[in-house]
Design a protein around this ligand. Structure first.
Ligand SMILES: C[S@@+](CC[C@H](N)C(=O)[O-])C[C@H]1O[C@@H](n2cnc3c(N)ncnc32)[C@H](O)[C@@H]1O
Length: 216
């Protein structure tokens, strides 16, 4: 596995309006039960938007990401994190699980290092056309998961699902393509695959999963 593609895109994620805001981000912060003196971990921090919001809510936040360009506190993969068991009051992860090579191992790692909630936000599985579009736009895409799959992944990690929400979101298609440098024939193919979920303003729509797990 390599992070060079992520290193090149780091600035695009730091300034991305899609990542900086959203009902899913508000819910994630709420589900983390933040507060002064609490220690939180932001896994796959990317442009750091989750970390910023958790800090604003009073937490001490540690960030981790395997891409040096993302400038996280700790360089590591979600599947293998160098933190002791129960190190954090809350562990959060947003818009990254669909890139994980082994999501079961990653969520088990998040459960291991948390002594409180584990909160994951990611795109909900829609259909195979959307999956093909995701992969064309970014060869680092592995898979998005349905509600049933998320519940199984959390259960396998020893987590009880305390809350599960589906939040509708829209992604301006051209900005979304530009973030990963997807142009030409590939971008045209992505537009075709997403035509059934794209509106007249060029925004494509899909649900976002917000899931809170607590240790059994
Ligand atoms: C879309 S960005 C994350 C966005 C950020 N969490 C937010 O909400 O703004 C995806 C991040 O996942 C990271 N990533 C990719 N594969 C990973 C893995 N296996 N473990 C941890 N992080 C990974 C990338 O380096 C990248 O920074």
């Amino acid at each position: 596995m390599t992070t060079s593609a992520w290193d090149e895109r780091a600035e695009a994620y730091r300034v991305s309006a899609t990542h900086a805001t959203g009902v899913d981000l508000d819910l994630l912060v709420d589900f983390c039960e933040p507060g002064p003196g609490k220690d939180a971990l932001d896994v796959a921090t990317g442009g750091g938007h989750v970390a910023r919001r958790l800090r604003e809510a009073g937490c001490r936040v540690t960030t981790c990401d395997p891409s040096p360009g993302m400038q996280a506190d700790v360089l590591c993969w979600a599947e293998d994190m160098p933190f002791a068991d129960g190190s954090f009051d809350a562990v959060a992860n947003r818009f990254a699980a669909h890139h994980f090579s082994d999501v079961h191992v990653a969520v088990a790692e998040m459960a291991r290092v948390s002594r409180g909630p584990v909160v994951v936000v990611d795109m909900n599985y829609a259909d195979e056309a959307v999956e093909r579009a995701e992969l064309l736009r970014d060869p680092g895409h592995v898979k998005t998961y349905s509600e049933a799959e998320w519940r199984e992944i959390f259960a396998a990690a020893g987590l009880t699902v305390a809350d599960f929400r589906l939040v509708p979101r829209g992604y301006p298609l051209e900005d979304w393509l530009a973030r990963t440098g997807c142009v030409g024939e590939e971008a045209a193919a992505v537009r075709r695959e997403l035509a059934h979920v794209t509106d007249a303003e060029g925004v494509w729509h899909g649900d976002v999963v917000v899931i809170k797990g607590v240790k059994r």
